[in-house]
Ligand binder design. Sequence first.
Ligand SMILES: *Cc1c(COP(=O)(O)O)cnc(C)c1O
Ligand SMILES: [Zn+2]
Length: 428
Amino acid sequence: MTVATPAPTADFTGSPARVLVCRGCGTEYPLAAQHACWECFGPLEIGYDPAALAQVTREQIAAGPPNIWRYAGLLPAGLDPADRVSLDPGFTPLVRADALAAELGLRAPVWVKDDSANPTHSFKDRVVSVALTAAKRLGFTRFACASTGNLANSVAAHAARAGVPSMVFIPADLEAGKVVTTAVYGGDLVAIDGSYDDVNRLCSELVETEEFEDTAFVNVNVRPYYAEGSRTLGFEVAEQLGWRIPEQVVIPMASGELLTKIDKAFSELVEAGLVEPPAGGWRVFGAQSAGCNPIVTALAAGVDEVTPVKPTGIAKSLNIGDPAAGPYALAAVRRTGGWMAEADDDEIREGIRALARTTGIFAETAGGVTVAALRTLVKEGRLDPAAETVVFNTGDGLKTLDAVAGLVGPTYRVKPSLKGLRAAGVMG
Ligand SMILES: *Cc1c(COP(=O)(O)O)cnc(C)c1O
Ligand SMILES: [Zn+2]
């Protein structure tokens, strides 16, 4: 494996970010466009100055805008609004889901954090806004990504808003709803005849080339900055609960990064003195589809190593067969006393319908995976039905209509007359 030469180090003055630190061996590097450790090839993440994080107050956050930038003091970039490359995502609804709780047999409050309400209708707007704001600071002049769908939408839209050229790489077999909602923004869209893992490997090769020197791949060469944007979901849930951390969270996993970063956000809020942890701590639960379950399989087998799979099934946004943050997701779930569950395609469809029926939220397949996993975790006694639980819906059902299109439709088909309505039983 070769490692990209970092682009010139940009000035991150004013941000609480201090270094890039290897998640494997702890080696530190200056803030730059680098994503892998030269010592052990482990992934890098942002290291903050704890004193700078501890200076942030609830009052400062409350005085900020109603989007992720209210947490700018906790992010690696974007403190100055003029620097931001952003659709201003975040501060999405946290919806109390009593009917869903009743259906699944939970006795304590259940909340759905509905990130389909973001500008391009998935949680990816959070990570892209942070990644591209950092990318601009690092001097990149073109934006790109390897995507399972939602990331493609978000990068193309952010590039359009910023007036920056983009090139987005996707597997050719993505849902039409995700291809159209990327292409419409006008950047280059490259469909690869292969899996997401093929696309990702190709992009890892591209960032090394001279032709792509000017290009920030949000989830490759600026991945450490990208990953930090997911923390805003953890910050928001805590703030929206009145500065409390819920006892249990259920999170969908593709690379596993989102799960690790929500857990990290909770830890940081406690360390910064912004919240008290729940008396028994919080427990983190992960969800994958049965067609792409390498992290769930590793947990069930009691091993640290995640063996890659060839993904199948309808939850395409989660179809990463070789999940980069898999071992860290396992560690977070084990450390907090949580668990993981998988859902097959029929369970995913039923999960989508159950959430829609009980909350009025229409989730994409990833949301169906998460609701189905919640059902299984309760049934298996892994998740405490008497503890407060937050479930993350990360995407919008309008992008994956085919998942349920054949299962739901008009209740009646009737001639346009009262007689016709009566005959069909519409009037009782
Ligand atoms: C990307 C994505 C995820 C998970 O992302 P990771 O951080 O890679 O685990 C979850 N849900 C949806 C809808 C996504 O698009
Ligand atoms: Zn290392």
